[in-house]
Design a protein around this ligand. Structure first.
Ligand SMILES: Cc1cc2nc3c(=O)[nH]c(=O)nc-3n(C[C@H](O)[C@H](O)[C@H](O)COP(=O)(O)OP(=O)(O)OC[C@H]3O[C@@H](n4cnc5c(N)ncnc54)[C@H](O)[C@@H]3O)c2cc1C
Length: 202
């Protein structure tokens, strides 16, 4: 694993090309060709880099799970506030169970994902194996935040699509976590193969 000084590398073997995305996220493609890196920039032992990266990925998945939980809470809070205020036929829409229940379910899903996220973080901090918990936390939290986003948008009716409420923006942002930094399918594949012992599929 190598640490690259971007200020020196760009134009000397490393090209960075920005990609415009559907949300506010600085995303780039990197092209690496004949890049020279001093041996002093090597992190840890030669040949063990992939292991170090995998270890870092568990931390990243736990971190992204925490981000999704924050998003999920924002959606639940925003939906709850709006449902309590918006009056249709002289009563708040939040008085209807058809509006209440999806918000309540989202809250439950976000809080359940939080427990798995805390367990992954606890194991990581204790130096214990945490791949299973980090992956499960990422999947549960990404699903919970995406469902909460959908519920929040629905609760806002037409205003869910209006920029001034911020719901449509965060709706787009939280969609990312079904794909990055690891797609939901890859987590299911990991759990099927490495946790449950099912046959390797690829
Ligand atoms: C905004 C943004 C920021 C990013 N930031 C970073 C970053 O900082 N660092 C970084 O390294 N990467 C980053 N990525 C890349 C991201 O990690 C990948 O896009 C993601 O892991 C999915 O990989 P892929 O794009 O190659 O999709 P593919 O692997 O091509 O997959 C495409 C689709 O097919 C499905 N699929 C693929 N293989 C299988 C299979 N065997 N079984 C079932 N389904 C399958 C996937 O689930 C996915 O839905 C970023 C991406 C985005 C969009």
């Amino acid at each position: 694993m190598l640490l690259v000084d971007l200020r020196e590398a760009v134009g000397n073997g490393l090209a960075i090309r920005p990609i415009r995305t559907m949300m506010n996220h600085a995303t780039t493609e990197l092209f690496i060709e004949n890049l020279k890196v001093p041996v002093a920039n090597r992190i840890g032992e030669e040949g063990k880099g992939f292991r170090y990266i995998l270890d870092g990925m568990n931390a990243e998945r736990t971190l992204i799970a925490a981000e999704c939980i924050g998003d999920g809470r924002w959606f639940v809070e925003k939906a709850t506030d709006y449902a309590g205020q918006r009056q249709v036929f002289n009563r708040p829409i939040g008085q209807n169970q058809g509006v209440q229940f999806p918000i309540a379910r989202s809250h439950i899903q976000v809080e359940a994902a939080k427990l798995m996220c805390y367990e992954a973080a606890r194991r990581f901090d204790a130096g214990e194996a945490c791949g299973e918990q980090a992956n499960m936390a990422k999947l549960l939290a990404a699903d919970a935040s995406w469902e909460a986003a959908n519920v929040c948008l629905q609760t806002h009716g037409g205003f869910g699509f209006a920029e001034e409420y911020d719901v449509e923006r965060k709706f787009r942002e939280t969609r990312l976590y079904q794909v990055a930094p690891i797609s939901t399918n890859m987590i299911l594949s990991y759990v099927a193969e490495h946790v449950l012992g099912l046959p390797r599929s690829y």
